[in-house]
Design a protein around this ligand. Structure first.
Ligand SMILES: NC(=O)c1ccc[n+]([C@@H]2O[C@H](COP(=O)([O-])OP(=O)(O)OC[C@H]3O[C@@H](n4cnc5c(N)ncnc54)[C@H](O)[C@@H]3O)[C@@H](O)[C@H]2O)c1
Length: 258
């Protein structure tokens, strides 16, 4: 991919404090964008990541917000637009899952937490950013879904439902925003080596067992999801909208063949 493909652009990455969000924010900054990151957690990592983005040459903003809170989302969008004069890219990475429960057992409290963060949070951020992108007549939104948004996954409670919802939301926004030249796409990762799912890879034996189910024979690194997001954010993807890009080592296609 060409250098500086996002030069002069302004991007927002939710859940940007660590993991996939951090890798995407770094890829956008390295490609020349000014980057706003936000996260709910207050442990110093958000500011640390913002400092890393500055070192990559980006002007960076950091907001400690909850993406499921409309007012907090609106403030972040407004202040980013005021600072950078535009919002070209939104990558929705903030997400939670509560492992170890079935949908049958899922408590109302856990359902609300997962759906509010993953589905409502993505919706609120898309809606607020879209308002600005419609005025600009340009924009690219990337929503992080999951392999389990395309097929059910064991012991993941409401999580697959939230991720499937993100796929339909992506297609709906893509349809509604296409005439304003705003593209909306989703990425469906397989298992990515982040703190989110340490349980799948902290033990080499467990990691090997899961890797054996993946045609490419290994789990993903967050940077591999970031490269897909960078492509979708860039003009190289100018004719792609409403698409779900599986970045899962061939796992979903191989499953559908069974
Ligand atoms: N890691 C994987 O294997 C994997 C696979 C498929 C999809 N995903 C999705 O990718 C996204 C990023 O996952 P990750 O692995 O980087 O996880 P992560 O836990 O490392 O990062 C997610 C970030 O979102 C933040 N967050 C949670 N709730 C929030 C809220 N209400 N408001 C703002 N920020 C909030 C967390 O504090 C965290 O920093 C998530 O949406 C996840 O569902 C991850």
């Amino acid at each position: 991919m060409k250098d500086n493909i996002l030069a002069g652009r302004s991007a927002i990455v939710t859940g940007g404090r660590r993991g996939i969000g951090r890798a995407i924010a770094r890829a956008f900054a390295a490609a020349g964008a000014n980057v706003t990151i936000c996260d709910k957690a207050a442990d110093g990592l958000l500011d640390q990541t913002a400092e890393e983005l500055e070192k990559l040459g980006s002007h960076a903003l950091a907001f400690q917000i909850d993406v499921s809170n409309r007012k907090e989302v609106a403030k972040m969008i407004q202040e980013t637009n005021d600072m950078f004069g535009r919002i070209d890219i939104l990558a929705n990475c903030a997400g939670v899952w509560i492992p170890g429960e079935t949908l049958v057992e899922c408590s109302e409290e856990n359902w609300d937490r997962v759906i509010d963060t993953n589905l409502k949070g993505t919706y609120l951020c898309c809606q607020a950013a879209a308002e600005i992108m419609i005025r600009q007549k340009k924009g690219s939104i990337i929503n992080i879904s999951s392999r389990v948004g395309l097929m059910p996954g064991a012991g993941a409670g409401a999580y697959p439902v939230s991720k499937a919802g993100i796929i339909m939301m992506t297609r709906q926004f893509a349809l509604e925003l296409a005439s304003c030249r705003v593209r909306v796409n989703a990425i469906a990762p397989g298992i990515v080596k982040t703190d989110f799912n340490l349980q799948f890879w902290k033990d080499p034996a467990i990691e090997r067992g899961i890797s054996d189910m993946v045609p490419l024979g290994r789990l993903a690194e967050p940077e591999e999801i970031a490269q897909a997001a960078l492509f979708l954010a860039s003009d190289d993807a100018s004719y792609i909208t409403g698409e779900v890009l599986c970045v899962d080592g061939g796992w979903s296609p191989s499953n559908s063949l069974k």
